[in-house]
Design a protein around this ligand. Structure first.
Ligand code: SF4
Length: 281
């Protein structure tokens, strides 16, 4: 697609991040976006490299801080499509506080978390979503604590859109991300993106065999909060699809009347904002 840059990804062959990124690019194209109006923000981790591999405006930021940067971009330019990407370590550990607040502010951006349940870039330590008995070099007997349920965390924080997808289910993943982009508010998608190098438990086969698609459950109504809660808190099954969507969601910039391009330097401000920075330092 137009969103593919000419940089060759250095992800391990077979990494789930390829499929996650492809679906994001497809969803952006399907929603009529183009590289000129798209800003991708990423944190640190294997997932953090995505801004280099996508052809759009991008910022590869600090560990766990992608969401505040995305919020800033959206507040300055509400007309721009903001996609934020990260991993389970980046988003649910060091970035967990930012996650809660971005969710409750309902900033109109899409957040795709490439959840492989491990720290891949640092060579295989337990992450916030690792199973309690997942053995790694730093947790030889497993982390011995229950994993974070990111969907429940989002629901408890007041999310207006909660979904989950699987990078290998290409069409479905792109479709779910597309719904997140089209949502008026914070579109959160937890994407299972297997780490083929360091995680031999949460594999492609595991997700292929165990994921239940909500599309096949005609009774599931994502606008029904109680139904969403049931699916999200189900300890026996893992689902893909849109779990919850608040149809009356009003994005943060609309709640606060930020409707214009705020990137222009306002009257009375120094002509060159950098002068102010230089003066300060
Ligand atoms: Fe992907 Fe894991 Fe390799 Fe990182 S270490 S690129 S997550 S397979």
């Amino acid at each position: 697609t137009d969103f593919k840059s000419d940089k060759q990804p250095t992800w391990c062959p077979g990494c789930g991040d390829f499929g996650t990124m492809n679906g994001m690019m497809k969803a952006l194209a399907n929603t009529g976006n183009d590289p000129d109006n798209t800003f991708v923000v990423a944190g640190i981790g294997c997932s953090g490299k995505i801004g280099t591999y996508m052809h759009s405006y991008a910022l590869h930021g600090v560990h766990g801080r992608a969401l505040p940067v995305g919020t800033g971009v959206k507040m300055a330019r509400p007309d721009i499509e903001v996609m934020v990407a990260g991993g389970d370590g980046d988003g649910y550990s060091i970035g967990a506080g930012h996650f809660v607040h971005a969710v409750r502010r309902n900033v109109d951006m899409t957040y795709c978390v490439m959840d492989n349940r491990i720290y891949g870039l640092t060579k295989g330590q337990a992450s916030p979503t690792s199973r309690s008995d997942f053995e790694t070099s730093t947790t030889p007997e497993g982390p011995k604590q229950p994993p974070v349920n990111p969907l429940a965390l989002a629901l408890a924080s007041g999310a207006s859109f909660i979904a989950q997808s699987f990078s290998s289910d290409a069409m479905r993943h792109a479709e779910i991300v597309q719904k997140a982009i089209e949502h008026d508010g914070f579109g959160f998608v937890n994407v299972f993106s297997p780490c083929v190098t360091f995680n031999d438990v949460d594999t492609y086969d595991y997700f292929r065999d165990s994921l239940v698609d909500l599309q096949e459950d005609e009774d599931h109504d994502p606008t029904d909060y109680e139904a969403a809660k049931e699916v999200i808190l189900d300890a026996d099954k893992e689902y893909q699809g849109v779990m919850y969507q608040d149809e009356n969601s009003v994005p943060y910039h609309e709640q606060h009347g930020v409707t214009e391009d705020m990137s222009e330097i306002p009257d009375g401000a120094p002509e060159d904002a950098m002068d102010l920075v230089r003066e300060f330092y």
